[in-house]
Design a protein around this ligand. Structure first.
Ligand code: SF4
Length: 348
């Protein structure tokens, strides 16, 4: 429980604790202990604590649902699209990962409430021609939006040898087709946001903070979230933890047995990484028209270019963001109907 002390000593009024795996429901007893203890300790220090369990829903039981309802725990899962696509991406004995995910989503919606479950999708090469089917799957499950995400150079994409099978240009074609399809749904009366566009639009069109740690300047690693591994090691982000599984411990900040919140966030390693990450001073970013809306991703650039600042003309992160910003500005300026939908997402 030392991690709780570290989390609750962060200078924040509200703290979110997210349980991730592997599969966290394999050790539901530990989740229960952490939730009950966190609620107890947060009351003493006058802070608010909320919880998310990220699960494939295969081990969802009535007991899990009852505990989640009692403690207002959100559920996050993965859903890559229609059954054949999802099952291919996420094989398991019986080939029923899609059935388990969709049944689980229905059960959570019925038991905890419609807005208590969200899903994340991963774009593999097989997804690229199927964006409309993927969006339809989310709409038919009454999920409240979709995050059209590219593959990242860690974890799932490396294990499944998917990373590098498409480039930023192919992903942008997929994204634009998906966004235009989603806009048509919205114009026909179905409120259904694309979450990444919504985040960027909120930053472009409003003065409200977006609370998204992966697109900040300076970078949000370590400062926006700390990740505790099962062995007590602490990482600056989940992607940094996944890199450590691949043998690269660049983003390991310390150990719960020896460190406190202050020593972790003021570690020389984190201060060095964060201070080098300002887009306002970074080569290329400092003169980029999109810089006020963009952010830094030192883990991605370290993983792909061995340079946390990144060589932006060669960066797929940069190419993707330039493409998305260009598309959003085109839509805002060129189509009053699309702009009305996008402004509504930004205001939500
Ligand atoms: S779009 Fe590229 S160059 Fe522009 S701020 Fe973002 S990362 Fe930097």
């Amino acid at each position: 429980m030392r991690g709780l002390g570290v989390a609750l000593s962060a200078p924040l009024q509200s703290i979110k604790i997210e349980f991730q795996g592997g599969e966290p429901l394999l050790n539901f007893d530990l989740i229960k202990k952490v939730v009950i203890e966190a609620e107890h300790r947060s009351t003493i220090v006058g802070k608010t604590v909320t919880f998310v369990i990220t699960t494939n829903l295969a081990l969802l039981t009535d007991d899990v649902l009852a505990f989640c309802r009692e403690h207002s725990i959100l559920i996050s899962t993965s859903l890559d699209g229609p059954a054949d696509l999802h099952n291919r991406n996420r094989p398991r004995p019986g080939g029923n990962s899609h059935a388990l995910a969709t049944e689980g989503i229905h059960r959570v919606q019925e038991t905890l409430g419609h807005d208590r479950v969200g899903a994340l999708m991963t774009t593999t090469e097989a997804s690229l021609d199927r964006v409309e089917e993927i969006v339809d799957e989310y709409v038919s499950l009454r999920l409240d939006g979709i995050f059209l995400r590219p593959l990242s150079p860690y974890g799932f994409a490396i294990k499944t040898k998917q990373f590098g099978k498409y480039d930023a240009s192919r992903w942008l074609t997929f994204y634009e087709r998906g966004l235009r399809y989603i806009l048509e749904l919205n114009k026909r009366g179905t409120y259904f946001p694309e979450f990444y566009a919504s985040l960027l639009l909120k930053r472009m069109l409003t003065d409200r903070p977006i609370g998204y740690v992966d697109l900040r300047s300076p970078a949000g690693i370590g400062l926006g979230a700390l990740v505790y591994n099962y062995d007590g090691k602490v990482f600056a982000s989940d992607e940094g933890r996944m890199l450590a599984e691949m043998g690269d411990r660049t983003f390991e900040l310390g150990d719960l047995a020896a460190d406190d919140y202050r020593s972790l966030v003021l570690s020389e390693k984190l201060v060095g990484l964060v201070s080098a990450s300002l887009t306002q001073c970074a080569p290329q970013c400092s003169t980029c028209a999109y810089e006020p809306h963009c952010g830094a991703d030192p883990v991605y650039h370290h993983a792909t270019q061995s340079d946390p600042v990144g060589i932006k003309p060669l960066s797929e992160f940069c190419a993707r963001h330039k493409g998305i910003f260009r598309l959003l500005f085109e839509l805002l300026e060129g189509s009053p109907e699309d702009a009305a939908v996008l402004r509504r997402w930004a205001a939500a």
